[in-house]
Design a protein around this ligand. Sequence first.
Ligand code: NAD
Length: 484
Amino acid sequence: MDAQPTASHFVNGAYLEDRDGPRIPVIFPATGEEIAVVHGATPAVVEAALAAAEAAKGAWAALSPGERGRVLRRAADIIRDRNEALSQLETLDTGKPIQETRIADATSGADSLEYFGGLAAGLTGEHIPLPGGDWAYTMRLPLGVCVGIGAWNYPTQIACWKSAPALTCGNTMVFKPSETTPLSALKIAEIYIEAGLPPGVFNVIQGFGDVGAALVADARVAKVSLTGSARTGRKVYQAAAAGMKHATMELGGKSPLIIFDDAELEDAVSGAINANFYASGQVCSNGTRVFVQTGIKGAFLDRLAERVGKAVIGDPRDDGTNFGPMVSEEQVKIVMDYIDLGVKEGARLVYGGHRLNRPGWYIEPTIFADVTDDMTIAREEIFGPVMSVLDFETEDEVVARANATELGLSGAVFTRDLTRAHRVIGRIEAGSCWINQYNLTPVEIPFGGMKGSGIGRENSKAAIEAYSQIKTVYVGMGRVEAAF
Ligand code: NAD
């Protein structure tokens, strides 16, 4: 498959190139080969994208929501039709196994376009009766030009999760993918045009953080939605605040997965695997602090090691591979440093822990047991296939320890005790939680973090609030009284 895009950027309905921008190589993580090259946006490209989005916003907002929704639903159908090609491209760009990308990337993007496209015609204001025959109405209005900035773990999904609600609400968007995975958002831009989206409504430009920062700082931009690290989030949120812009921040986590003695063992093991090793652990909502009640600890660790031993580590293009490489050499270094720290600080390595001796950026699925709350691997987001297993005795103890973090993206509990499940999850300080399940994030349910993990929610009806504003009109039906 030829991964090289027609040009680096997609602006005002067409591909756009400007080779004066910094060269950004696209590397296939399984081999280290350069498979494409794009260039970061120059100031001229940034300007072209913002000008296109600004020029397109009036006519797009003037359509009825139902008309806008129709375009999104057509685009969703095209994405589904092209799922195989889009999945292969996503696998080349990210290194994620094709068996994952076929079901979790373009399809999740299509779900989002379909959901918001379907919701569109229902976007209405309210009629509010008032004393004396007066009344008021509200209008749900777009914000204007929105900026979307993506991380590298779910490039297609992030482009869709941000653009679908934004466009449905009548906004336009300039999207900047991560410099590590620049390819798939361009395909989404192409598909939108094929589906009938007017030029300029969705634009994609490439670049490093400085391009993101230039977009966020521009006075024409009304809203910024970032998916990225907590560190970047703090910078972008500050820059957005300086311009009184709306902001959605989808940031990192260090989420707790709590397994009680009475949990169904196989499900708890599956949950822990899904919470740590999907996408080679590069998932923001991962449950990387696995708290296991001491009564089930031995059985849990034995079964976990046995099942993780069955991971098929290989070329992500092969149908049978279910565990692929890390996204980049840099990420391998970050993760290996954490693994070394885990060993140094006294955690017990029970599985993996090594870089594989083969081309590409592979790290074994890694499990540490006897991890304590103060260890670095239990405190910082690693963003790799490293699971920390911590022991606990009581419910109160585990809730306090689970919440003792500045982050609050996700959390989960595995137990067969119905009331305990709801009681414990009710006390977890996190935005996206599961009971006896992990990491399922269908478009119908809100997704996002509490505390340092972010602001606002993506997906579901909650995302409509994030991309629209309300105008209130008071209608006087009687005479106007005044004091003098
Ligand atoms: P990152 O923070 O390094 O980069 C994210 C994006 O921000 C990139 O496109 C980058 O170019 C851009 N950027 C960097 N500095 C900027 C600045 N000053 N102004 C504007 N844009 C800037 O994150 P990453 O390494 O690409 O992704 C991994 C992180 O993303 C992890 O922390 C992970 O938890 C998080 N993440 C969160 C979610 C979520 O929905 N909560 C989903 C996926 C990933």
